[in-house]
Design a protein. Sequence first.
Length: 255
Amino acid sequence: MPELPDITIYLEALERLLVGERLARVHIRSPFVLRTFEPAVEEAVGRRVIGLRRVGKRIVWEFEEELFFVFHLMIAGRFHLRKAGAAARGKNDLAAFEFPAGTLLLTEASAKKRAALHVVRGAAAVEVHRPPGLEPLEISLEVFASALTARNHTLKRALTDPTIFSGIGNAYSDAIRHAARLATTPTTNRLAADAFPRRWRPFAPRGRCTAVTASPAPHAERPCSESVTPTAKRTTAPAAKRAAACWPIGPFRGF
């Protein structure tokens, strides 16, 4: 499931493509993906995308007149950019959103259709989808330590609980623990005081890739300038490994 760093990179790529553009056409191919009926998804056609944001692990498109698309990609949901006019025909294609720059396909490579699109009106309706957890990049060390030890859980459960911290899942909780040199099984009430600065360091905003990286390898400390671009991921195996470690944007190959 895409987590906080992945969603951040998604938003950066989508911003270049969508913001300021009008939605020309929308085709919902799978009846499972659209979870709302009012307002109708067709209301967005002809409206300009004026902003993008992250809400927990969800991607939000903001259209004119306070209309919002709230996407939850779940485990296997992905966006793929295709040429303008491309249709959603593949067995994994859930929906197609056509813009002047191209068609964005929403796909899900899974028999269990869990990816979801909610169409809502007004900012208050978007906030309904926000988990109650704290934003890890927006809080202090003291707040982080207090939230982590408020309830007695294993470290992994505490880090991935959306009611405690927002946007962290299985992959990045492992990377955070590895960077802090802590195991999975100790409970939070047994953490030593000096463990918190070590655990906090992976959250420090040292750059968009190194803040919380997917890989516990040395790439975790490598700045983004040393990684490869998304389009280079198909070249060599070492390049693919470097890209996976510091550029979590696999769904946007060739974007």
